[in-house]
Design a protein around this ligand. Structure first.
Ligand SMILES: Nc1ncnc2c1ncn2[C@@H]1O[C@H](COP(=O)(O)OP(=O)(O)OP(=O)(O)O)[C@@H](O)[C@H]1O
Ligand SMILES: [Mg+2]
Length: 269
């Protein structure tokens, strides 16, 4: 899948981040959350942003979603400056953000508000994505009747149901148990292979990044910036127990904990 998509890469990147910076005003000054973040994402590419807690991953994603329009530099989607939420971008937030007064099917259906589908097709689509995240039977359950992991799966279905071209995921699997987490990672990979969707996954899980991404962008904290970009040239499905996987895991772990790099900061511990 990756090869076919790579050969059809258009001149224009699907997403362009050019010298993106973000500062938050504080009472006694400001906090520089992101500095000089430059990255082009090709159509169909899978990017993982890997970094420790507080290094600016969610902040960066919020800028891409268009929820925050005060930043330095440029963010272009298909060559156009990002402006507000758009149906070409599907979003799965770090917390599930379901509406407590809507049931599972209604929450998933919200992902289709801008789609203008006939009701029957719309209902079928919602059903299909509820099954995809293995919540068949829970269509009429309300968020307070679900476990944290189930609620997160509803949010994933909602992010995917409109078949967006770009999928932005902020730690989507963090609340899931290890087994479900692996299954969801495999499912995401299958969806990517089927749809050629461009995806950007924020995570602090090294294994998750290697399993899913074509390129892993390692961030350094305070201010959040790119420390290194690692190409994961392994074919899918990726063997988590394989030698190359293991080698990449060691390499990325050492990047994260301050190993070989041009980062001026000392390791945190
Ligand atoms: N609205 C805000 N006002 C002030 N500071 C903020 C705001 N949002 C985030 N920050 C700061 O920006 C930095 C990056 O936060 P962010 O939420 O992007 O981190 P993260 O990499 O997503 O961390 P985690 O892995 O824990 O989710 C942190 O120091 C945080 O305190
Ligand atoms: Mg975050």
């Amino acid at each position: 899948m990756t090869d076919a998509l790579a050969s059809s890469t258009a001149a224009l990147p699907t997403v362009r981040l050019n010298k993106v910076g973000k500062r938050f005003p504080l009472e006694n000054g400001e906090l520089e959350a992101i500095r000089d973040f430059t990255l082009d994402i090709r159509e169909g590419e899978s990017i993982a942003i890997l970094g420790s807690s507080g290094c600016g991953k969610s902040t960066l994603l919020r800028l891409l979603i268009g929820l925050d329009e005060t930043f330095d530099g440029q963010i272009l989607i298909d060559g156009q400056p990002v402006r507000g939420i758009g149906s070409e971008r599907g979003i799965v937030f770090q917390e599930h953000r379901l509406f407590p007064w809507l049931n599972v099917a209604q929450n998933v259906d919200l992902g289709l508000v801008n789609e203008n589908l006939p009701p029957e097709q719309r209902r079928r689509r919602v059903e299909e994505f509820i099954r995809l995240v293995e919540l068949d039977g829970f269509q009429r359950a309300y968020p307070h009747q679900l476990s944290g992991g189930m609620a997160q799966r509803v949010a994933i279905a909602r992010g995917l149901v409109a078949s967006p071209r770009i999928l932005l995921l902020d730690e989507p699997f963090a609340a899931l148990d290890a087994l479900t987490r692996q299954q969801m990672q495999e499912e995401l990979q299958a969806i990517r292979a089927r749809s050629g969707i461009t995806s950007l996954l924020v995570t602090h899980d090294v294994e998750e990044a290697i399993f899913i991404a074509d390129r892993v962008v390692v961030m350094a904290p305070r201010p959040g910036r790119i420390k290194r970009i690692v190409e994961i040239g392994l074919p899918h499905p990726r063997d988590r127990a394989g030698y190359d996987f293991h080698r990449l895991r060691q390499e990325l772990l050492s990047e994260l904990t301050g190993g070989s790099s041009n980062d001026r900061r000392q390791p945190r511990r």
